[in-house]
Design a protein around this ligand. Structure first.
Ligand code: F6R
Length: 242
């Protein structure tokens, strides 16, 4: 029996508004909360809602702390395809968050970054709300299909399907990094609440496999079936196979 809740929305904009309301509620209830944040296309609309509410004086980020899921190996924070850059551009530069309280794994710190990042999350007392997107292959963060579930932050080899899916942001596939640093599945599962956003027909099979099939490391998101407070916010197209 899963504790999963599904918020079904008409389209991407409605999904974004619904997810933003959950995040805003978290910030309102606990102003110094720890948000786990994601990059990619799925959360951008939610971030736009949060920015609008912040600018309207309805939402205060001044005490919020954040930890992002992942970063490409080899990219510095000023690289325009790095996830650190993405977060500044899509959220942090537009709200009153203290940038010192924002954290993205370093892509250039070597393997010691993994231990440093897990300690940082632990020192924060864990994550209050983790926002996730869903890979077309069922990945969460950059935890790719595998024969076991990962634990803490680690370096991964990106699958060809993930590099292919992400090449739209680069000039050619050759420029898409081959490796990344990502929080592990255990880190994600330890978040007190997990909210996933998914939109569009290309996520429909992954949603079916992850949440209406067996729990297996071949579909990393499927482990969320065991999370006690997991909310899937998805639009009609993404839910079209279930
Ligand atoms: C991003 C991340 C990835 C994405 C996933 C979906 O920080 O961790 O797992 O959430 O690849 O990407 P989009 O939203 O671009 O379809």
């Amino acid at each position: 029996m899963t504790a999963m809740r599904i918020i079904r929305t008409k389209d991407y904009d409605a999904m974004s508004a619904a997810a933003a309301r959950l995040i805003a509620a978290q910030i309102t209830l606990k102003p110094n909360c720890v948000l786990g944040l994601a990059t990619g296309s799925s959360p951008v609309g939610a971030y736009q809602n949060l920015i609008a509410w912040n600018k309207a004086g309805e939402l205060d980020f001044s005490q919020v702390r954040s930890v992002n899921l992942d970063e490409y190996a080899g990219l510095t924070p000023d690289h325009d395809q790095s996830y650190a850059y993405f977060m500044r551009h899509n959220l942090f530069d537009h709200v009153n968050i203290d940038q010192k309280n924002t954290n993205v794994p370093s892509g250039v710190n070597g393997d010691e970054e993994c231990e440093r990042y897990d300690k940082l999350i632990a020192d924060f007392g864990g994550i209050d709300l983790q926002l996730l997107g869903l890979g077309v292959n069922g990945h969460i963060g950059f935890n790719e299909p595998d024969d076991h579930f990962s634990l803490g932050t680690h370096k991964v080899t990106l699958t060809e399907s993930t590099r292919e899916a992400n090449k739209r942001f680069f000039t050619s596939i050759d420029e898409v990094p081959t490796h990344a640093y990502t929080m592990g599945v255990r880190d994600i599962l330890q978040a007190r609440r997990v909210v996933m956003v998914a939109s569009g027909a290309n996520k429909a099979q992954a949603i079916k496999d992850a949440f209406f099939g067996p729990v297996t490391p071949q579909v990393p998101a499927s482990i969320l079936q065991y999370h006690p407070d997991f909310i899937l916010v998805a639009d009609e197209e993404a839910l079209s196979l279930i």
